[in-house]
Design a binder for this molecule. Sequence first.
Ligand SMILES: NC(=O)C1=CN([C@@H]2O[C@H](COP(=O)(O)OP(=O)(O)OC[C@H]3O[C@@H](n4cnc5c(N)ncnc54)[C@H](OP(=O)(O)O)[C@@H]3O)[C@@H](O)[C@H]2O)C=CC1
Ligand SMILES: O=C(CO)[C@H](O)[C@H](O)COP(=O)(O)O
Length: 467
Amino acid sequence: MEKADIGLIGLGTMGAALALNIAEKGFRVAVYNRTAEVTRAFKAGAGDLADNIVTTESHEELVAALSEPRAVILMVPAGRIVDAQIETLRPLMDKPDMVIDAGNADFHDTRRRAEAAKAAGEAFLGIGVSGGEDGARHGPSIMGGGTPEAWDRVKHILEAIAARHDGQPCATWMGPDGAGHFVKAVHNGIEYADMQIIAETYGLLRDGMGHDYDRIGALFDRWNDGPLQSYLVEISARVSEAVDTRTGRPLLSVIEDTAGQKGTGRWTAIEAHHLGAPIPVIEAAVSARNISALKDERERVETRFGGAVEPLGDIDEATLEQAMIAGKILCYAQGFEMLREASETFGWDLPLPAIAEVWRAGCIIRSAMLDEMAAALGDAPGTPLLRAPAFADRIERALPALRRLTVAAMRSGHAVSAHAAALGYFDQMRRARGTADMIQGQRDYFGRHGFARLDDEGRDHHGPWAD
Ligand SMILES: NC(=O)C1=CN([C@@H]2O[C@H](COP(=O)(O)OP(=O)(O)OC[C@H]3O[C@@H](n4cnc5c(N)ncnc54)[C@H](OP(=O)(O)O)[C@@H]3O)[C@@H](O)[C@H]2O)C=CC1
Ligand SMILES: O=C(CO)[C@H](O)[C@H](O)COP(=O)(O)O
């Protein structure tokens, strides 16, 4: 039988869609899934693409079905499951063969796996794939990490299946070892923040302005025609207007208000602290998901304190839109600065403009603004987005709305932690003289930690209490 160009393990939501995409682009793909019935059903449902799909029912069969040097994509849940797949595959494969972890992964795991592969003279790639099921099927955004040689070997397949922006494939090598998975984690952190800002806006419209779901959906649709044009705003319109088939009620009114999470936003927040990179909007979004999960306790707290919110006063839809613009720019500015910091710390030389470019199509955070961000980051390398002329001007214009909205929401009892985090970040960043002199004084007082003086060299000065 004709050998397959590439293998894929894990025919879940992403793996099945990716395999069909690969087959559609004319490559033969051999697939294996832990549950064999899933594999059979997958092939049976593949229609015309079935000719390009080779089904296998063991790792041995999968490896035997591949042309050499072999490459196998893993599309399984992160962590030990990935390690187990690699351990099973390695004895079956030869040195030049390659494992590609295409699921989400903690980049520390990816670095460890890349190191182990290098020590054994084997090939390994960790790639971030974004776009959900539809993206995986018709064109995801792909963020590659590993050796350039390994990337070059499968680049033709990854570029063929990727989304396109102005004809350019959204598949880019980001750097060695964990760089691709790191960029994907920051993408997901931004995704969390974008979603939280939208959710808070939805809450203000629903609870503060009394809009019904259809009106909210129509507003998201309108915003999607302007500067906020993005996949997430677009699908928020679809979600807002959806009707529950079981009850005939608006779908949102029957969805429990507890957010799930698989860990990528948390990884980003934790890593930001290791790097000393401030990403308060993303952190607020992760915390908001954590708080949302405390459903029972929230009910008890509401019983004790009351949960009523007041009307927002003179806040209008234009103010909400401008506040979202400011929040979004500030969140992306933080995300890109975190990438810059990681690039230096890990010696990756991450291509920030290329990252913005690869996010322009296919991925969950794709938006019109990313095109402009790519241009801004390319025009002034080294300048944070916050000060890039085009974005500094926009923040200046949109900031009064963010401030007005945050104040009004807080006064009337609405939770707007992502908006507030964006504003707090800006207000701290724009003050050359902040308040950490007090922190340094306190640290020196209780722990003789020393401080820098404005009028002298050195960082080990002490207050009068030292004597
Ligand atoms: N869903 C999404 O929008 C996105 C997901 N991802 C990432 O892609 C990866 C796959 O996600 P997704 O497709 O959504 O997940 P699904 O839950 O839909 O599918 C999981 C797949 O992994 C297999 N699997 C689960 N546990 C094991 C195990 N212990 N041993 C072997 N195989 C196992 C399942 O096989 P079986 O049929 O036997 O259960 C199934 O094929 C994850 O890393 C996820 O974070 C990345 C981008 C977007
Ligand atoms: O990677 C993704 C999108 O880009 C996945 O859908 C991921 O699962 C989203 O994260 P979470 O499940 O934590 O909301």
